[in-house]
Ligand binder design. Structure first.
Ligand code: ARG
Length: 458
C-alpha cells in the first residue's frame, strides 16, 4: 500500500473506491507543465527569501527539467494512488533529488498551487483563443467584402423585412465576435493574478515575497486576500460565460446557414468537406458541422451552469468541490477552440447564390418601407403613408406582382404624391443605397465597416 503524504494522521488507508472517486490525475495532468512552472517560480522565490539553499534550488531545477522531458516524451508514470498532478510531480521530484524535493512545498499548499496552475493554464488558452476569433472574423470579412453589394432579404420574425446586403449580414457576426474577443481580454485581466502565498487559506509564516513570484510568472498582481485566493473560481465562471456567448453567436449563425442551405431556401451552399450524406437517402447533403456547433453550444452553456452551481453554496475557503472545476473548464476550452478553427475554414467554403437571395427580396415586398419613407419625404405623415403603402401591397399581392411591377398610374391611384422617381426606391439596390449612414446596409457603409474592422485586426 502506497504511503500518502498525510498517512501519519490516519489509521487505515482509503478504500479503492474512494481512491478512484477522489483522484483527479486522469484529467488534471493537463496542468502538468504549468504546475512545474509554478513550482519553479515558488522555489526561486523561497531561495531569494533565504528559505531554500543554493543546492536545494539547483536540485529542484534539475529534477523538474528531467520531469518535464519525461512528461513531454510520454514517459511519466501517472499514478492514480497519488491523487492529482501536484502530488505525482512532487513525489517524482523527491524520488529523484531526495530532501530538496520535500522542501519544495514549504510555505505552499495544493490549494494555492492548483489555483495558480489553473490561472496559468487558462491565461495561455485565452491567448490562443483571441487570435482564433480574429481568424474567424477575417474569414467573415473576406466573405463580406466579396458580397458588399449582394442583395439579400433581411428578416424579422423570419418574414422578409427589408433588403440588406449579404456583406452587412456577415458584419453583424463580426460585431458579435469583436465583443467576444473583448470579453476574453477583459476576463484575462482578472485571471492574471497570483494566488500563491495564500497557502492553505491563511497565508504562511515564511518570509515570502508574493510580488516577486507574481513577476516571475508574468502575473499583473497578487490576489489580495488569502481566503479569496484559494476559493475564488469566478475567473473560470467568467471565462465560461464569455465562451458560452461565442458559442451562442456561432449557434445563431449555424441556424442561419442550415436554413439558407435548405433547398427550400437555397441562398448558400456549404463545401462538401463540411457536410455528410445519408446512409439511406442518396440525394442528401446534410450540414453536419453547423448542426454540431448548434448542439455543442448547449454543452458549453451546460458547463457554465455546472461551474456556477459548483460555487453557489461553498463556504470559505477551499473545499474539495473545487476539483470539479476542471473538466467543465477543459471541455469548454477544447470545444471552443475546435469550433473556432472549423468555423473559420467552413466560412471560406461557403458559396453564395445571389440570384436566389434577390428573388426572395422581390417576392417579399421588401421595399414597402422605402415607399412609405418616399411619401413622407413628399410631405405625407408617416402613419398615413404606412396606410397608403399597405393598401398598395395588398393590391400587388392580389395581382401576384411586386410593388415595382405596378404601373405609375396604378401607384398614383394610391397617392397622388407618387411620381416617376418612385421606381428608384422600389428596387432593392435603391433601397440599400439610401441607408447610407454609420451602421447602415448601403454598400459604401459595408465597405467602410470592413475597412474599420480590418484595421482593428491589424
Ligand atoms: N486536486 C485538487 C483540486 O483540484 C488539488 C487541491 C487539493 N487540496 C486539498 N486540500 N485537498 O482542487
Amino acid at each position: 500500500q502506497e504511503q500518502h503524504a498525510w498517512s501519519g494522521r490516519f489509521s487505515e488507508p482509503v478504500s479503492e473506491l474512494v481512491k478512484k472517486y477522489t483522484a483527479s490525475v486522469n484529467f488534471d495532468l493537463r496542468l502538468a507543465e504549468f504546475d512545474i512552472e509554478g513550482s519553479l517560480a515558488h522555489a526561486t522565490m523561497l531561495h531569494k527569501a533565504g528559505v531554500l539553499s543554493d543546492a536545494d534550488l539547483a536540485a529542484i531545477r534539475r529534477g523538474m527539467a528531467d520531469i518535464l522531458s519525461e512528461i513531454r516524451a510520454g514517459e511519466f508514470d501517472w499514478r492514480v494512488d497519488l491523487e492529482d498532478v501536484h502530488m505525482n510531480i512532487e513525489r517524482r521530484l523527491t524520488d529523484k533529488i531526495g530532501d530538496a524535493g520535500k522542501r519544495l512545498h514549504t510555505g505552499r499548499s495544493r490549494n494555492d498551487q492548483v489555483a495558480t496552475d489553473i490561472r496559468l493554464w487558462l491565461r495561455a488558452q485565452i491567448d490562443a483563443i483571441v487570435p482564433l476569433i480574429g481568424e474567424l472574423k477575417t474569414s467573415l470579412l473576406d466573405l463580406a467584402d466579396e458580397h458588399a453589394d449582394t442583395v439579400m432579404p433581411g428578416f424579422t420574425h423570419l418574414q422578409v423585412a427589408q433588403p440588406v446586403t449579404f456583406g452587412h449580414h456577415m458584419l453583424a457576426y463580426v460585431e458579435m465576435l469583436s465583443r467576444d474577443a473583448e470579453r476574453m481580454g477583459d476576463c484575462r485581466r482578472r485571471v492574471n493574478r497570483l494566488p500563491l502565498g495564500a497557502a492553505a487559506l491563511a497565508g504562511t509564516t515564511f518570509p515570502i515575497d508574493r510580488h516577486y513570484t507574481a513577476e516571475l510568472l508574468g502575473f499583473d498582481d497578487v490576489c489580495h486576500n488569502s481566503l479569496d485566493a484559494v476559493s475564488d473560481r469566478d475567473f473560470a465562471i467568467e471565462f465560461t460565460a464569455a465562451a458560452s456567448l461565442v458559442m451562442v453567436h456561432l449557434s445563431r449563425l449555424s441556424e442561419e446557414l442550415i436554413l439558407w442551405m435548405s433547398p427550400r431556401v437555397g441562398f448558400i451552399d456549404i463545401a462538401d468537406r463540411f457536410c455528410t450524406g445519408s446512409s439511406i437517402m442518396p440525394q442528401k447533403k446534410n450540414p453536419d458541422v453547423p448542426e454540431l456547433v448548434r448542439g455543442k453550444s448547449g454543452r458549453v452553456v451546460g458547463h457554465l451552469m455546472a461551474l456556477i452551481t459548483l460555487m453557489k453554496a461553498q463556504p470559505l475557503a477551499y473545499n474539495k468541490d473545487n476539483q470539479e472545476d476542471k473538466e467543465p473548464l477543459f471541455d469548454t476550452v477544447d470545444t471552443l477552440i475546435d469550433t473556432l478553427r472549423i468555423y473559420a475554414d467552413m466560412m471560406r467554403g461557403i458559396t453564395v447564390k445571389p440570384e436566389a437571395m434577390r428573388a426572395a427580396v422581390l417576392q417579399g415586398f421588401a421595399t414597402a418601407t422605402d415607399l412609405a419613407d418616399y411619401l413622407v419625404k413628399k410631405g405625407l405623415p408617416f402613419r398615413d403613408s404606412h396606410e397608403v403603402v399597405a393598401l398598395a401591397v395588398r393590391h400587388a399581392e392580389g395581382q401576384g406582382v411586386d410593388l415595382a411591377d405596378l404601373s405609375l398610374s396604378v401607384l398614383q391611384g394610391f397617392s397622388a404624391l407618387i411620381a416617376e422617381d418612385v421606381y428608384v426606391v422600389l428596387t432593392p439596390e435603391g433601397s440599400l443605397a439610401q441607408r447610407d449612414h454609420v451602421g447602415g446596409t448601403a454598400p459604401a457603409q459595408v465597405r467602410a465597416a470592413i475597412a474599420r474592422h480590418r484595421q482593428l485586426l491589424g
